[in-house]
Design a binder for this molecule. Structure first.
Ligand code: SAH
Length: 411
């Protein structure tokens, strides 16, 4: 295990950078109404703007229910463009589409829209980079650039919903049905903004995207205080815990946050969430050849989860550039599944959509790679002269010593 094992420090507090401009999606409805009033407009215009935003309308010319004279000012003041598409990469006949977004300060993040016969799921980023330092994850190896604002996170889901509604994805116009926080970043390390995002996703249209709680999945490395907070707030979204090892000794190396919150503590927090919601949680487990895929580990995981309200999602490792690690071979995968099922644990193997466009789990690392030759880049709308804009490098974040959670105030 060389190369990939470069130990990075855990980073909880995001480096402070210039805040994104104010956006309606960061505000409560009352705050938005007050902001519109300050601009000399009747408060109900805030609702009109919200309706446009959640439908993905960004062009003031299309906001025909607003007086032409104020459309531009209101849009500039409350609906600034926070996410600029740099490029789209498509796979699976266009039904998987990854978008690279540039943020106001040049930071880059990615989201991936996946259309299936019965649903459409977008995988969104909650941070630029990630501070959790998991050695097998491309984003984890980048370090943390900054937290995204609520509007920057919500905007990714809104763009996906609009792409579906506008028929941009083969299969005809459709509806975005699911959102997973499995893009870049650790959502529970950016709790206040992720909490606001959940509100926006769950609030019925026109003030949100109107998704069902079970169709929204928050995936975490196991930040126990964050899981407890979700539990206390009475949310019923699907919880996914990235376990990757049933024993502390191995998990300490694969998921470094385990040095702070041990397996037993994470499982206890997930159990409490399940008890509160009555719904099973997912255990994510990337199968890494000869690292965590041994039959004994399957048995250990089986004993750990056998009597719990949990479901295991096995993900054959997507090898990241420079990593010495590989996915488990098929026979090892099958043996692992069989042993878990024999222990009474519901188990599925994740399909790895979008692998060839680096859109699969753990491969999102916007800053350091251009498109692979076999991928088919589409031009993002609005690009000039048909020139593909190359990914600009994100300024390397200063690596800070680990600090306590939750110190950062909400924006
Ligand atoms: N920070 C969140 C979201 C991360 S991405 C979390 O850790 O849950 C979503 C999932 O992809 C996580 O389970 C993560 O561990 C997994 N993952 C990361 N890198 C991977 C890789 N190279 N191959 C397979 N899965 C990976």
């Amino acid at each position: 295990m060389k190369g990939a094992m470069t130990a990075l420090p855990l980073v909880f507090d995001a480096p402070r950078r210039g805040k994104p401009p104010r956006h309606l999606a960061d505000l409560t409805r009352e705050q938005a109404r007050a902001a519109v009033t300050e601009l000399g407009q009747p408060a109900f215009r805030a609702d009109q703007l919200a309706r446009h935003f959640y439908r993905g309308v960004t062009d003031p010319a299309q906001m025909t229910d607003l007086p032409a004279a104020v459309r531009g000012d209101l849009t500039t003041a409350l609906l600034p463009g926070l996410l600029t598409p740099v490029r789209h990469l498509s796979a699976d006949g266009g039904r998987t589409r990854k978008t690279l977004w540039r943020l106001h300060d040049g930071a880059l993040v990615e989201s991936v829209l996946m259309r299936y016969p019965d649903r459409a799921t977008v995988c969104i980023s909650s941070q630029a980079g990630c501070g959790m330092a998991c050695p097998f994850c491309a984003t984890g190896q980048q370090g943390l650039t900054r937290n995204l604002s609520a509007a920057e996170i919500i905007g990714q889901a809104v763009a996906a919903a609009a792409a579906m509604a506008n028929g941009e994805i083969p299969g005809g116009p459709g509806r975005l049905s699911n959102v997973v926080f499995m893009g870049m970043g650790e959502p529970l390390a950016n709790y206040p903004r992720v909490r606001k995002t959940l509100d926006a996703l769950l609030t019925p249209a026109p003030h949100g995207l109107g998704l069902a709680q079970r169709s929204v999945t928050v995936s975490t490395v196991g930040l126990v205080p964050g899981i407890r907070r979700l539990t206390e707030e009475g949310l019923h979204v699907t919880l996914a815990v990235s376990l990757h090892a049933p024993d502390d000794e191995l998990r300490d190396t694969l998921v470094p946050i385990n040095t702070r919150y041990k397996v037993a503590e994470v499982i206890e927090a997930a159990d409490a969430y399940a008890a509160r919601t009555g719904r099973r949680y997912s255990i994510e487990y990337a199968l890494i050849r000869d690292v965590n895929d041994q039959p004994e580990r399957a048995d250990l995981l089986g004993r750990l989860l056998g009597n719990r309200l949990a479901h295991v999602n096995l993900i054959p490792l997507n090898p990241t550039p420079g990593s010495q690690w590989d996915a488990s071979p098929l026979p090892a995968q099958r043996e692992f599944v069989a042993r878990l099922r024999a222990a009474g644990v519901a188990t599925t193997v994740r399909d790895t959509r979008g692998q060839e466009i680096d859109g699969a789990c753990g491969q999102l690392a916007a800053a350091d790679r251009g498109p692979r030759p076999e991928a088919r880049p589409e031009l993002a709308r609005g690009e000039r002269d048909g020139v593909l804009i190359p990914a600009v490098a994100v300024a390397a974040p200063a690596v800070e010593p680990p600090v306590e959670l939750g110190a950062e105030a909400d924006q």
